[in-house]
Ligand binder design. Structure first.
Ligand code: SF4
Length: 373
């Protein structure tokens, strides 16, 4: 096995991969549905246009597998935006360097004000989010934040700039449990167009972040692409390829996937590719049929109707009551948000909705005791 994913990735052509997905037939889909263990070729069939008429069958199978493996529980998490400072230009993000807005990084006292609100909501799992501003929000800042938060949360996840293996090795003993790093798109040329300036424009450095995390032995990592930047089927295939590679190589680590669809933000980028709700359901079911272990997560980007309907089909974790701006819960509710959210219900309302569907809300991670509120 190669030392990092880039070597494997470079053996694939985007265009040939895309074509092979669109060439899949009804027979390929039926074959994939009939298999017990599904290959990457089966996954291609399940995300192909040819699978659209099989959505009901895919949804039923996905539901059975998810219930068998995860039961009727839903993990709830909440993002805590620490900073909207960012040195990168990303064409789709409100925090982009060229977006002329007031910047803010929370001080320790402000962080604790936000924490008080999150604890009041019942949370035991927090996802720390920042832009990529290496002079302000760096490993030393993260160390201080982890020290502050550790006594208050059973589970701390992070979605910040990609770091070096040594940085992760410093943060993990301080309580960092999960790191999310989305490739945004696996289309190398389009990646460059959407990330013209800053450290993030280095495609390979980002692509190899999961390898650095695996080598640092992080407990869990989250992968995904930003749906709307490029052909979602091809991007999802590469995500599945990446996941398979990582699972084999870093088998002690657990994995999760997210499906963020491009949302409006101040400055706005129109999606190049629209993905319908039906297609998102198809994708979620396809991932579940392909991989029975992976955790599948849905954020408040999606609408209330969609989120309520997707429960029971494959999703195992969701955010609730989210604010996407630093200080959004207590300190500075009007600061710049990264993107608009769609589902504005409180965590209590989400918990009630889950109960009505026969599900139990879990406010912390599975393996640390499955303690419910
Ligand atoms: S996506 Fe991340 S790196 Fe890009 S502008 Fe937004 S916060 Fe910065």
């Amino acid at each position: 096995m190669t030392d990092n994913f880039t070597a494997l990735f470079n053996t694939y052509s985007w265009e040939e991969t895309r074509q092979s997905i669109y060439d899949k037939t009804a027979l390929d889909v039926e074959h994939a549905l009939g298999n017990n263990r599904r290959t990457l070729e089966d996954f291609k069939a399940l995300i192909s246009p040819a699978a659209a008429p099989y959505l009901e069958q895919m949804a039923q199978l996905s539901r059975q597998i998810t219930l068998r493996r995860f039961g009727k529980v839903m993990q709830l998490y909440v993002p805590l935006y620490l900073s909207n400072e960012c040195n990168n230009i990303c064409t789709y993000c409100g925090f982009s360097l060229d977006n002329k807005v007031r910047r803010k990084t929370l001080s320790p006292m402000e962080i604790m004000q936000e924490v008080a609100v999150l604890k009041e909501m019942g949370y035991d799992h927090v996802l720390l989010v920042t832009g990529e501003a290496n002079q302000t929000v760096h490993t030393e800042y993260f160390k201080k934040v982890l020290e502050l938060l550790r006594p208050h949360f059973a589970l701390i996840s992070m979605e910040v700039q990609p770091l070096n293996k040594e940085d992760y090795e410093e943060l993990i003993p301080l309580g960092l449990n999960t790191v999310l790093v989305y490739q945004e798109t696996y289309h190398r040329e389009d990646y460059k167009k959407h990330h013209p300036k800053g450290k993030k424009s280095n495609f390979e450095y980002r692509l190899e972040t999961p390898d650095r995390l695996g080598k640092a032995e992080v407990h869990k990592m989250g992968l995904g692409v930003l749906i709307g930047l490029e052909d979602w089927r091809t991007d999802s295939f590469f995500t599945a390829l990446h996941l398979s590679y990582l699972e084999k190589k870093y088998w002690k680590t657990r994995y999760s996937l997210s499906f963020p669809r491009l949302r409006p933000f101040s400055g706005g980028l129109e999606p190049k590719v629209e993905m319908s709700d039906r297609e998102l359901v198809q994708l979620i079911c396809a991932y579940r049929l392909f991989n029975e272990e992976v955790e599948l997560s849905i954020s408040t980007r999606e609408s209330i109707v969609f989120r309520d309907h997707i429960i029971g089909l494959g999703i195992t974790s969701m955010s609730a009551g989210s604010k996407t701006n630093p200080g959004g819960y207590a300190v500075e509710p009007e600061s710049l948000e990264q993107f608009e959210i769609s589902d504005e219900r409180t965590p209590g309302e989400i918990e009630t909705m889950l109960k009505e569907k026969g599900y139990e809300a879990v406010w912390k991670d599975w393996d640390q005791g499955l303690v419910c509120k």
